[in-house]
Design a protein around this ligand. Structure first.
Ligand code: ADP
Length: 541
C-alpha cells in the first residue's frame, strides 16, 4: 500500500512542478494576451486541485481530510469557470453569449459554495488503511450533472469555431483535443478500470494527474508558432504510451525468463519507436516543403502571367504608336509627290518616289507584325472583320493583281473553279485576300519555269472548301517541310539563294489568319526541284 502512496507522491510532485513550469512559461510568453493569462489561472487551479486531492486522500486525520476534499471539489468548480472562458478565447475569441457566461459563473460559484461549506456533496470520509476515502452526500448529482453539462459546453465552444478557423488555428484546437483524449483515456483506465478491478479508489488520482496532458498540449498550442502536424503528435504519443507500458512490464513479470523477454521486447520497441517517430517527422517535413513549394509556384505563375500581360500590352500599343506618325509621313509624301506644293525637279521626284515606296513597305511590315502579335496574343478573337464573300470572286481579283508578275517571268497562271458555284462564306475579306496573294506570289517567286495552277473545290463531307496552289518551282526538301510557315523568319535554304530579300513572315501570318477562320494551311512537296503545293482548307459553317 505504501508503494501506491509513494508513486502518488512522485506523480503529484511531477504534476505540480510541470504545472507550475507550464503556467509560467505560457504567462511569460505573452503577458498581454488574454488566453495566456487564462491559461495561467487554469493551470494554477489544476495544481491546487491535485494537491488538495492528495492531502485529502493521504491524511489519516478524518477532520482535516474532509476539509481537503471539500476544497478539492470547490477548486474544481472554479477551474470550470476559467476553462469556460478559455473555450471562448482560444485560439481566437468568438462572440460570447453574455447571459450564458453569467449563468456559468453563478452556477460554478454556487457549486464552489455548496461543496466547500455544506455536506450536500461530500458528507464525510471513510478511514482506510492508506488514508481516507470520500463519502458522498445526498446532493452528489447536483455537482456531477452541472459539471457534465459544463464539459459539454466547453467542448461545444471549441467545436463551434473549428470550422471558421484557419488551418493553423485548427491545429491548435486539435492539440487541445489530443490532451483531452489522453486525459479521458487515463481516467477510463485508472478511475473506472482500476477502481472496478481492485475495488478501491486509491488509483483514481492517477487519472486526475493526467490533466497535465491537456495543459501540456494546450501550452504548446498557445506558445508555439509552428506546430507539428497532429499525425506526428499522435505517433509520438502512441510510442510514448507503449514505451511506458513496456518499461513497466518487466517489473510485473513473475519469472526471470519472462522479465528478460519483456525487457528485450522493450528494447526492440525502442529501436522501432525511434524509426517510426523519425519517419513521421520526415514525412511531415516533406509535406510542409511541398506545401511551401506549391505556394511559391502559384506566386511565380501569377507573376509570370502579369508580366506576360504587361508585355503583350506593350507590344500591341507600341505598334499603334509607330503607325500614327507613319500615316502622316505617307500623307505628306503623297501630297509632295503630287506636286501640291509646287513642281519638283526630276531627280528629287525620283528619289522621293523611292522613299515613298520604302515607307509604304515599312507600313506593311508594321501592319504585318501588329497582325501577328494580335493573332498570337488574342488568339484571333475579335480581330477578324467578317463579311459575306464569294471565294471565286476574291480569287479572280487576286489573279488580276498577280498576272503581270507571272507574265514577266514567263510563267503560266491557271485556275480551275468547281462546276457548281461555291456557297458564300463569311471571311475577313482584306486578310484572306492577303493570304491568297501571298501563296500565289510565293509560287511565282519560287518558280523559274513552268507555272502555277490554282484549284478550288468544295468538300461536301466536311462542308469546307479546299484551295491549293501548285507550282513547278524549286520545291522544298523533306527536312525543311515541318518548319515552313511554323515560325516567323523561317526560310528555306534554297529560297534564301533565290529571293535573298524575303523575310519569312508572309506564310506564318497567312497560317495564323487561316487558323483564326477555323481553317488549316499546310504544305506538300516531293523535294528539291519538284515543285510545291500549298493547301488551305476553310470551313463553310
Ligand atoms: P518569304 O517568301 O518572304 O521568304 P514566306 O513566309 O512567304 O516568306 O515563306 C517562307 C518560306 O517558305 C520561304 O522562305 C521558302 O523557303 C518557303 N516557301 C514558300 N513558298 C514556297 C514555294 N512556293 N516553293 C518553295 N518554297 C516556298
Amino acid at each position: 500500500m505504501n508503494s501506491v502512496l509513494l508513486i502518488n507522491q512522485i506523480f503529484l510532485f511531477l504534476n505540480v512542478a510541470v504545472g507550475c513550469l507550464l503556467a509560467f512559461w505560457v504567462f511569460s510568453a505573452n503577458r498581454q494576451e488574454k488566453v495566456n493569462r487564462i491559461f495561467f489561472i487554469v493551470t494554477i487551479l489544476m495544481v491546487l486541485w491535485t494537491i488538495f486531492a492528495f492531502l485529502g486522500f493521504s491524511t489519516k486525520e478524518p477532520q482535516k481530510a474532509l476539509i481537503w476534499y471539500r476544497l478539492n471539489y470547490g477548486v474544481v468548480a472554479l477551474f470550470f469557470i476559467v476553462s469556460y472562458f478559455f473555450s471562448i478565447y482560444f485560439p481566437k475569441k468568438i462572440a460570447e453569449n453574455r447571459f450564458l457566461t453569467k449563468f456559468v459563473v453563478v452556477l460554478c460559484f454556487l457549486l464552489f459554495l455548496i461543496s466547500v461549506f455544506s455536506n450536500l456533496i461530500i458528507s464525510g470520509v471513510k478511514e482506510k488503511e492508506w488514508g481516507t476515502e470520500i463519502i458522498f452526500g445526498e446532493g452528489k448529482l447536483f455537482y456531477y450533472i452541472p459539471i457534465f453539462f459544463l464539459t459539454f459546453l466547453i467542448l461545444y465552444n471549441l467545436f463551434k469555431k473549428y470550422f471558421i478557423l484557419t488551418k493553423e488555428e485548427r491545429l491548435k484546437i486539435q492539440y487541445v483535443l489530443v490532451g483531452i483524449f489522453v486525459f479521458a483515456l487515463a481516467n477510463l483506465i485508472f478511475n473506472i478500470g482500476f477502481t472496478f478491478l481492485t475495488d478501491s479508489v486509491q488509483f483514481s488520482h492517477f487519472g486526475d494527474y493526467s490533466a497535465i496532458f491537456i495543459l501540456g498540449f494546450t501550452a504548446l498550442a498557445i506558445v508555439k508558432r509552428e506546430l507539428f502536424g497532429i499525425k506526428v503528435i499522435l505517433t509520438e504519443l502512441l510510442v510514448g504510451i507503449m514505451g511506458v507500458v513496456l518499461v513497466v512490464l518487466p517489473f510485473l513479470m513473475p519469472t526471470p525468463n519472462l522479465k528478460i523477454l519483456t525487457l528485450a521486447v522493450f528494447l526492440l520497441f525502442l529501436i522501432f519507436g525511434y524509426y517510426l517517430v523519425n519517419a513521421t517527422h520526415k514525412e511531415e517535413g516533406r509535406r510542409e516543403e511541398a506545401e511551401r513549394m506549391a505556394v511559391q509556384e502559384r506566386a511565380l505563375r501569377l507573376r509570370t502571367e502579369r508580366l506576360t500581360r504587361a508585355r503583350d500590352q506593350f507590344i500591341l500599343s507600341s505598334q499603334h504608336y509607330f503607325r500614327t506618325p507613319l500615316t502622316s509621313i505617307i500623307g505628306f509624301l503623297e501630297m509632295v509627290l503630287d506636286e501640291s506644293y509646287g513642281k519638283l525637279p526630276e531627280k528629287v521626284k525620283e528619289k522621293l518616289g523611292l522613299t515613298s515606296r520604302s515607307v509604304l513597305e515599312l507600313r506593311k511590315r508594321i501592319e504585318e507584325s501588329l497582325d501577328i502579335s494580335q493573332f498570337q496574343i488574342r488568339k484571333g478573337k475579335g480581330i477578324l472583320s467578317l463579311e459575306e464573300v464569294r471565294v471565286e470572286d476574291l480569287i479572280k481579283n487576286v489573279i488580276e493583281e498577280l498576272k503581270p508578275q507571272a507574265k514577266e517571268k514567263n510563267l503560266y497562271l491557271e485556275v480551275s473553279f468547281p462546276e457548281n458555284p461555291l456557297p458564300k462564306m463569311k471571311l475577313d475579306k482584306k486578310r484572306m485576300f492577303m493570304v491568297f496573294v501571298n501563296l500565289i506570289d510565293n509560287g511565282i517567286k519560287h518558280t523559274l519555269k513552268g507555272g502555277i495552277k490554282l484549284f478550288l473545290e468544295y468538300l461536301k463531307d466536311k462542308n469546307s472548301i479546299l484551295f491549293s496552289v501548285k507550282d513547278t518551282g524549286i520545291g522544298i526538301p523533306k527536312e525543311e517541310l515541318p518548319f515552313i510557315g511554323q515560325m516567323p523568319f523561317e526560310r528555306g535554304r534554297k529560297a534564301k539563294e533565290l529571293t535573298p530579300l524575303g523575310k519569312g513572315i508572309g506564310l506564318y501570318l497567312s497560317r495564323l489568319v487561316v487558323e483564326a477562320h477555323g481553317g488549316k494551311l499546310w504544305t506538300e512537296s516531293e523535294g528539291i526541284g519538284k515543285g510545291s503545293v500549298f493547301y488551305i482548307e476553310l470551313p463553310v459553317k
